[in-house]
Design a protein around this ligand. Structure first.
Ligand code: NAP
Length: 487
């Protein structure tokens, strides 16, 4: 059988989430129309396609969760719900005619850099090979669901759901439902499940800090104003500045951290209506900001309802009929929900092979590492979107995506101008940057507890230790001639 010739494109984008979509629009703006977006899901949206659990919504204000080039005057609420965000993304894709660039329901099996030709050969699960000059990996850190490593998980006889693969055919009404996990996802899910389940048991391993969610509906006047030229920019700038000032609360021992802690403690007291026993169980013992803060006005309160039970004893195993605890007791359950987060360490699951046959995943065995979260030495013309150490606990990821787009476009244009085939960040540049990064993270708030920010060996692979403007500035100031090699 003849193998079909590879299909040539200028750019292959892996992942049709926020950053993949943004990259596609940026390429179009730059006049580069020869690109393909591949995503294994059946629809575009990335995290917003995957996370369809009841109550899913964004926890940064929607004007800051919209692209600066594509403001959305129609947001219904300050903290938009998942379907609204998905509709925003679908609207953008249709306005920009992205359907013809999209290959949904298509997984990438492997990506190999062909050094002789200076191009990426990307094999799809259909065996088709895409021959692309540039490879944009926009899979994001939170894309691979992580099931809890608990003995007997597979033996549970009833429906077992992961929050990021929600099955809305599972009926919760009148049933005994268990939720494992107490992170941002669980905080949104628990109040919704409490409305349906006969009995809801939340299994908490570590409590989370919870702050009030200053949400409100956007009314007709807001929407009218959002149509006024420039108003969106003002609101976006306001929320960007507010988020940066909130970030001061992550400085260990600062007054701002004290104020944030006091706000969270007060919120908890009000939410729990003076139930001291509950307060003690839900009160974190690590500093605020170490884990991603939960923003909610109904999560803590849910535990005051008679049908909702907080379980803090350690889980020893899962049986066919429920969850067994360290003291030998068992919670019988009809449905088990795992809001146990994502496998951040293996978020790039496609084997990526660079120069000299180096495998990205092998290079990342001790934790992911990149230069400014965007390029990796030995992997030319590969651009990571929201790569290692570009997450924050205080602002919108879009504020990190946008500088990354500009950086990638600048690199592409430079190669065109120079007539070079590829560029690759120098290994010593990347190492020096990561040494600095890890040094700054030492002693920071993000090293004082377990969280998805950290690899199994404790290295912080997720957090940007500075403020957002620094990231933007450093990426804009990259000196390609000095910090990169060309081929
Ligand atoms: P997560 O923050 O990683 O939380 C996972 C939860 O599962 C934690 O409470 C963890 O406990 C628990 N867990 C994991 N394995 C366990 C085990 N074997 N036994 C018992 N408990 C176990 O995941 P997430 O809540 O899905 O959130 C991930 C991130 O996604 C967030 O931090 C946020 O950045 C993003 N997110 C954002 C939004 C939003 O914008 N609205 C919503 C959802 C998620 P430990 O704490 O003890 O490890």
């Amino acid at each position: 059988m003849n193998t079909p010739a590879p299909t040539r494109h200028d750019v292959l984008i892996l992942g049709a989430g926020m950053s993949g979509l943004a990259m596609a629009m940026a390429l179009q703006r730059a006049g580069r129309h020869d690109f393909l977006i591949v995503d294994k899901s059946a629809g575009l949206g990335g995290t917003w396609w995957d996370n369809r659990y009841p109550g899913a919504c964004v926890d940064v204000p929607a004007p800051l969760y919209s692209f600066s080039c594509a403001p959305h005057p129609g947001w219904q609420r300050r903290f938009a719900a998942a379907p609204e965000i998905l509709a925003y993304m679908q609207g953008l894709a249709s306005r920009h005619g992205l359907a013809r660039h999209l290959r949904l329901g298509t997984a990438v099996r492997a990506a190999n850099f062909d050094e002789n030709r200076g191009r990426w050969l990307i094999t799809l699960d259909s065996d088709e090979v895409i021959d692309a000059r540039f490879f944009v990996c926009s899979t994001g850190p939170l894309s691979v669901p992580r099931w809890p490593a608990i003995e007997g998980l597979d033996s549970f006889a009833g429906p077992r759901l992961h929050s990021a693969r929600w099955d809305n055919t599972v009926d919760m009404a009148g049933r005994r439902v268990g939720v494992i996990g107490t992170g941002s996802t669980a905080s949104q899910l628990v109040p919704e499940l409490a409305k349906q389940a006969a009995r809801l048991t939340v299994f908490q391993r570590t409590p989370n800090w919870v702050l009030p969610r200053f949400d409100r509906a956007y009314g007709a006047l807001d929407r009218l104003l959002f149509h006024v030229p420039g108003w969106n920019r003002v609101v976006r700038a306001f929320w960007a500045a507010t988020s940066e000032s909130f970030r001061r609360g992550f400085e260990p021992g600062s007054q701002a951290q004290g104020r944030l802690t006091a706000l969270a403690r007060g919120h908890m007291r009000r939410q729990l209506r003076g139930d001291e026993a509950l307060r003690q169980q839900l009160q974190p013992t690590y500093p605020i900001g170490c884990k991603r803060i939960v923003f909610s006005n109904d999560y803590l309160r849910a535990f005051t309802q008679p049908q909702v039970q907080l379980e803090t004893k350690a889980i020893t195993r899962i049986t066919a009929t429920g969850v067994q605890l360290a003291d030998g007791s068992e919670h019988p359950l009809d449905v088990l929900v795992c809001a146990t987060g994502f496998d951040v360490q293996h978020s790039v699951s496609v084997p990526i092979t660079g120069r000299g046959g180096a495998l990205l995943q092998a290079q990342w065995a001790d934790g992911a590492m990149a230069h400014l979260g965007t390029t990796v030495a030995g992997f030319p013309n590969l651009f990571l979107m929201l790569g290692p150490n570009t997450a924050t606990g205080h602002t919108s990821t879009l504020l990190f995506i946008e500088p990354q787009l500009r950086f990638a476009l600048r690199a592409m244009q430079l190669l065109d101008k120079r007539g070079s085939r590829w560029l690759d960040v120098r290994a010593d540049t990347m190492q020096a940057f990561n040494d600095e990064l890890q040094q700054r993270l030492q002693g920071s708030v993000w090293m004082q507890c377990r969280s998805w920010y950290r690899a199994d060996n404790g290295r912080n692979v997720a957090i940007w230790p500075g403020y957002t403007p620094e990231y933007r500035r450093r990426l804009a100031q990259v000196d390609f001639e000095r910090e990169f090699v060309f081929g």
